[in-house]
Design a protein around this ligand. Structure first.
Ligand code: R5P
Length: 280
C-alpha cells in the first residue's frame, strides 16, 4: 500500500503505476493559525505501508510526522518511509558549540514511527548512522548522467570537492571525463569558486550537484567555466529547491537546468522512481 504524501504526488503516482500498487491519498490542510491537519483517505489496517513524502518546504516535514502517526493509529502492519529529499542534511554535526544537530533530531523523530527509511542522495551519509532502523541511501547520479547525455557533454564537473565522488559515479556511467572545482562558501547566498586548471575550452559541460538551493554555487561554477572558454554549460542536480530568484540567476547563464522529482517543480525532468523498484 503506497501512501501518497502531499509533498510528493507525482513521484508517488509514478511508483504506483510502475509497480502496480494499491494507494491511499492523504488530505492535508492548514488552519488559520498555521497548524497542519492530515488524514488518510482509506483504511490501512494490517497493510505494509510505504509512505512517500519529501521534506521541503518545512510544512512537508511536519506533514511527514503527522502522516506517520496516522498510519500507526490506523493499525498498519508496517511503515516504511521514503523521504526523497531529506532536509536539514547540511546540519549533520556541530559546527559551533550551542548548535543543534538538526538532521539527527529529524532522523530520531522519523524512526519513532517507522520500520525502515529510504532516501536519495543524502547530503551526508553520516545521517544513516543516526538511525537504528534499516536506513538506506540511494544515488540518483547514474540517472542524472543518463539524462545529461541529451546535452552530449564532453565532461561532467562537480562545483566542489565534496561532490567529486558523486560526479565520478555519473561520469563512469556514461564514460566521460570528470573533474571538480574549488569552492569556498562566504555566506548563505555567496560562494567563491577559484579558477582551476581544467582543459575546458570549446567543451560542453554538465555541472552536477546534489542540491541547488539559492543557485549561487551553480551560477558561480558556470561563470568560471564559461570564462575559461566552455562552449555550453548545463546545470543538473538531484534536489532542486530553487529558492528565491534561483531560476533567474541560473537561466541567464546556463544553457539548461534540470533536476529530479525528489522535490517536484517544472524543472524536475527525471524521476527517481527506478531507485525504489526493488522495494515492491
Ligand atoms: C553544498 O555543499 C551542496 O552540495 C550544494 O552545493 C549547495 O547546497 C548549493 O547551495 P546554493 O544553491 O545555495 O549555492
Amino acid at each position: 500500500m503506497l501512501i501518497k504524501g502531499p509533498g510528493s504526488p507525482e513521484l508517488s503516482e509514478r511508483l504506483v503505476e510502475r509497480n502496480d500498487l494499491e494507494s491511499v491519498e492523504v488530505n492535508s490542510k492548514v488552519f488559520p493559525d498555521g497548524e497542519i491537519y492530515v488524514s488518510l483517505s482509506d483504511d490501512v489496517e494490517d497493510k505494509d505501508c510505504y509512505l512517500v513524502q519529501t521534506t521541503y518546504p518545512n510544512r512537508r516535514l511536519l506533514e511527514l510526522f503527522f502522516i506517520q502517526d496516522a498510519i500507526i493509529e490506523a493499525g498498519a502492519k508496517s511503515i516504511n518511509v521514503i523521504v526523497p529529499y531529506f532536509s536539514y542534511a547540511r546540519q549533520d554535526q556541530l559546527f559551533e558549540s550551542g548548535e543543534a544537530i538538526s538532521s539527527r533530531a529529524i532522523a530520531e523523530r522519523i524512526q519513532l514511527q517507522a520500520d525502515s527509511f529510504y532516501s536519495v542522495d543524502l547530503h551526508s551519509e553520516k545521517i544513516l548512522d543516526f538511525f537504528d532502523i534499516r536506513a538506506v541511501n540511494r544515488s540518483a547520479m547514474r540517472l542524472l548522467a543518463v539524462h545529461s547525455q541529451l546535452h552530449n557533454p564532453d565532461i561532467l564537473i562537480s562545483p566542489d570537492e565534496g561532490g567529486k565522488e558523486r560526479v565520478k559515479v555519473a561520469a563512469d556511467e556514461i564514460d566521460r571525463d570528470w573533474d571538480y572545482l574549488e569552492k569556498k562558501r562566504i555566506d548563505g547566498e555567496t560562494v567563491e569558486i577559484k579558477p582551476k586548471n581544467i582543459r575546458i575550452e570549446g567543451k560542453k559541460v554538465v555541472i552536477l550537484d546534489d542540491i541547488i538551493s539559492t543557485g549561487g554555487t551553480m551560477r558561480e561554477a558556470a561563470r568560471q567555466l564559461l570564462e575559461q572558454g566552455a562552449e555550453e554549460v548545463h546545470a543538473g542536480c538531484t534536489h532542486g529547491l530553487f529558492v528565491g530568484d534561483a531560476y533567474e540567476k541560473l537561466d541567464e547563464i546556463c544553457d539548461s537546468v534540470f533536476c529530479t522529482d525528489t522535490i517536484e517543480s517544472d524543472r524536475s525532468d527525471l524521476t527517481v522512481a527506478p531507485l525504489f523498484e526493488e522495494l515492491f
